[in-house]
Design a protein around this ligand. Structure first.
Ligand code: DX5
Ligand code: ZN
Length: 220
């Protein structure tokens, strides 16, 4: 069973050939599209917003996993749902009333998740976990693709996996930042379920084969 999922990050796609790159993901063994939204405030970079997501949605045949790196994401949840998000994750550090924001996401019909920055303690998730379809652990400082994976992530995954098991939940653990064919197996062994990969996929010569390889290693 292929229970481990691959979510190519469209941040690393060629924006001048977006339809081509969306079709590549459609025709690959990837499971989701990972969509990074950055506002230049929460993170020191600006990526893209609703019109681009809408354009991706028009061609995508797989779910859109929308990662909001924006301050006060509660202001835009309905709009992201309207342009085609299937899963919406918000940073713990970006919203004061996290429980309310997740409810807002659920009310749109999307699946809701929480993201933790690299060193935000796993323990902050204890009470919100039953409401999370997924928890995304950043394995880099968010804002840019192509950064080096931080090894502290392995222990963080183990801690979170323990917490999920203790609560008897099915919450998925997603890892984002610096994922490659070299570390994905160790991430699976630590207890992760979903793997975002940007530059490793799109900067490779044969992205479809690279996705296939990641999927194979993750599920081996
Ligand atoms: C960074 C984003 C990531 C990024 C990952 O803030 O959240 O999704 O695209 O890119 P790579 O796989 O190149 O580290
Ligand atoms: Zn991301």
């Amino acid at each position: 069973m292929n229970s481990k999922l691959i979510a190519p990050s469209m941040l690393a796609a060629d924006f001048g050939n977006m339809q081509r790159d969306v079709e590549m993901v459609n025709n690959s063994e990837a499971d989701w599209f990972h969509i990074d939204v950055m506002d230049g405030h929460f993170v020191p970079n600006i990526s893209y917003g609703m019109p681009v997501i809408q354009a991706i949605k028009k061609h995508a045949t797989k779910p859109l996993d929308v990662h909001l790196m924006i301050e006060k994401p509660e202001r835009y949840i309905e709009e992201f749902a309207k342009v085609g998000a299937d899963i919406i994750t918000v940073h713990y550090e970006s919203t004061v009333h996290l429980h309310r924001t997740l409810t807002q996401i659920e009310d749109t019909g999307c699946k809701a998740g929480v993201v933790l920055n690299l060193t935000t303690p796993i323990s902050v998730l204890e009470d919100i976990l039953p409401k999370c379809y997924m928890v995304l652990l950043m394995s880099i400082n968010p804002g840019f693709g192509g950064q080096k994976f931080e090894d502290i992530t392995y222990n963080r995954i183990k801690k979170l996996r323990r917490m999920i098991d203790e609560q008897g939940l099915n919450t998925k653990i997603e890892i984002d930042g610096g994922v490659t064919d070299k570390n994905i197996k160790q991430l699976v062994d630590a207890g992760a379920d979903v793997f975002v990969a940007g530059s490793h996929v799109f900067k490779s010569n044969y992205p479809t084969d690279t996705i296939k390889q990641l999927k194979q290693i993750a599920n081996s």
